[in-house]
Ligand binder design. Structure first.
Ligand code: DGY
Length: 319
């Protein structure tokens, strides 16, 4: 069998795949080839290790129905048409669990950075605008003892809640499709309606999948229900909030600040008004971007494809 690895992966994972007996076609680059080349490479393979977030839509699945397995290097799979994959008999796997803590660390980083306008203040230093102790200049907001609202108390959300409770004694409230009894017991997290989550959160952190239900869930109406002192954090998917509404909400003072690791579209354009706001911190979708986690993600993806090679079911099959 032949495996196509669409972008660069850690060398130890490449070695592991190479020792399996699979014929390896490796794109030793951080850049994905253009779509027609990508599809041609997939048509010549049995297995695809889809490094990054390349869109695998219905057209792709029809064109590459020869594939016997696709492994994603992400926990999210909103960039993949799973129905089309199933129609073409292609199992798809994701990478749950291994990136939960790292992604929560990114949410935590954004919570702190936003609360102290840290990116903007660091910019002042870089631009030579360090004011001699401006007593009331661009002040932040305290986090300790405040209420953290989690939208989506799953694997990543609970890690964010744990860190925030341990570090800052934050009270945890959450809204989910279903109750998280472990979170309630361990963290005294309180289940609330979506409206209550909006109204009571001092920091509201999004940790949900992007689905038709969660798309644009945070819009003008939602921001209008939040506290004017609230901080909105999104490390999940950019389309869970409606970006023009977020910009308006910040300009109108409906909420106090925002920390984003995900935007809509990605990449964010450098002239986006959010980048001019002192109370906004934006990162380029680096939630899981540590050496340890990216290695674990690549390894999990490889193991799913090696299972197919052995004639077994993918351990992390989705859909
Ligand atoms: C995921 O795993 O879904 C992340 O957003 C990509 O790092």
């Amino acid at each position: 069998m032949k495996i196509y690895i669409s972008r660069k992966i850690p060398s130890e994972v490449l070695l592991h795949i190479g020792q399996s007996g699979l014929e390896v076609h490796y794109n030793d680059s951080e850049t994905l080839p253009e779509r027609s080349v990508f599809i041609r490479n997939c048509q010549q393979a049995d297995l695809l290790l889809n490094v990054g977030m390349a869109q695998l839509d219905a057209g792709f699945m029809e064109a590459c129905s020869n594939l016997k397995g696709i492994a994603l290097t992400s926990v999210g799979y909103d960039h993949v048409d799973l129905e089309a994959a199933a129609r073409n008999g292609i199992p798809v796997s994701n990478t749950p669990g291994v990136l939960s803590r790292t992604t929560a660390e990114t949410a935590f980083l954004l919570m702190l950075a936003t609360s102290r306008k840290a990116f903007f203040r660091a910019g002042e230093v870089q631009r030579g605008e360090w004011k001699k102790f401006g007593f009331l200049h661009e002040l932040g907001i305290e986090i300790s003892g405040k209420t953290l609202g989690i939208f989506g108390l799953g694997r990543i959300g609970i890690e964010m809640a744990r860190m925030s409770r341990a570090a800052f004694g934050m009270d945890i409230i959450y809204h989910n499709r279903s109750r998280n009894l472990q979170g309630e017991k361990e963290l005294r997290a309180v289940y609330v309606s979506f409206e209550e989550l909006l109204e009571r959160s001092d920091v509201l952190s999004v940790h949900t999948n992007l689905t038709p239900e969660t798309r644009y869930m945070f819009n003008r109406n939602s921001f209008a229900r939040m506290k004017p002192t609230a901080i909105f954090i999104n490390t999940a998917r950019g389309k869970v909030h409606r970006e023009p509404d977020l910009i308006r909400a910040l300009k109108d003072g409906l909420i106090w600040g925002a920390g984003l690791d995900v935007t809509d579209p990605e990449p964010m354009q450098p002239d986006n008004p959010l980048l001019q706001m002192p109370n906004v911190c934006v990162l380029p979708h680096i939630g899981s971007a540590t050496i340890e986690t990216r290695t674990a993600m690549a390894q999990m993806a490889a193991d799913n494809l090696l299972a197919v090679y052995r004639g077994e079911k993918m351990p992390q099959e989705v859909g």
